[in-house]
Design a protein around this ligand. Structure first.
Ligand code: TYD
Length: 200
């Protein structure tokens, strides 16, 4: 089973991923945590490029899209395709839906076009369940350290990302579930666990 945790920057995804994997291990499940982009040597190098490049001058939206896809193709071939047979659950900190929202809906490549590419190349490895951590814009800004390249894009950008994930949840209600993350992490985790355990 593949579960992905999604949401805008600063919604608590990474903490929830860690807590979810710990909870699964406690429940006796063999769980592998993966981070996108990353989790392979190539993916880590692509991540560095994506986080450090000056997008305005040097990295086109199309190039960025293909870099994310390259990292994902490597991760799927090198890790996911094998591990999915051995493990009970793979938990992704960002995955296919981030590309659909960020590159497709927000950055202008087009939702349908990006979704098609995702289906064409990664269709076999779509998540079975996607939890979107949904927050108010104020809370998101409060949590973000305006540090790396991608997170420097400002309030309007973040609002579009939040909106994009919400619309994804209404388009695919059976797969994509919104969880309110304007609350202490423990409470968020309780809801996440209810949703996940119902599907295990
Ligand atoms: P990351 O460090 O993963 O952010 P966070 O810790 O908030 O998850 O940064 C990855 C950034 O890359 C994030 O802003 C979202 C963006 N991204 C895309 O634009 N497209 C993608 O396909 C993926 C996986 C991430």
């Amino acid at each position: 089973m593949i579960i992905s945790i999604e949401g805008a920057d600063g919604t608590g995804k990474s903490s929830i991923c860690r807590m979810l994997c710990a909870k699964m291990e406690e429940a006796g499940l063999d769980c592998l945590a993966l981070r996108e982009p990353g989790s392979t040597a190539l993916g880590d190098r692509i991540r560095q490029i994506l986080l450090n490049f000056d997008r305005q001058t040097c990295l086109s939206v199309g190039a960025e899209f293909f870099l994310f896809c390259a990292a994902r193709a490597q991760l799927i071939e090198e890790v996911v395709a094998r591990q999915i047979k051995k493990r009970d659950v793979l938990v992704f900190d960002r995955y296919i839906d981030s590309t659909i929202v960020y590159q497709g809906m927000v950055m202008g490549l087009g939702y349908e076009r990006v979704l098609n590419v995702m289906h064409t190349f990664f269709g076999e490895f779509f998540p079975d369940l996607t939890i979107v951590l949904d927050s108010s814009i104020e809370k998101v800004i409060e949590r973000i350290e305006m540090g790396d390249r991608i997170e420097k894009r400002g309030k309007i950008f973040l609002e579009k990302v939040l909106e994009g994930f919400r619309s994804l949840a209404s388009m695919f209600p059976e797969r994509v579930v919104l969880v309110d993350s304007n609350r202490p992490l423990e409470e968020v985790m309780e809801d996440v666990w209810k949703i996940v355990s119902a599907r295990l």
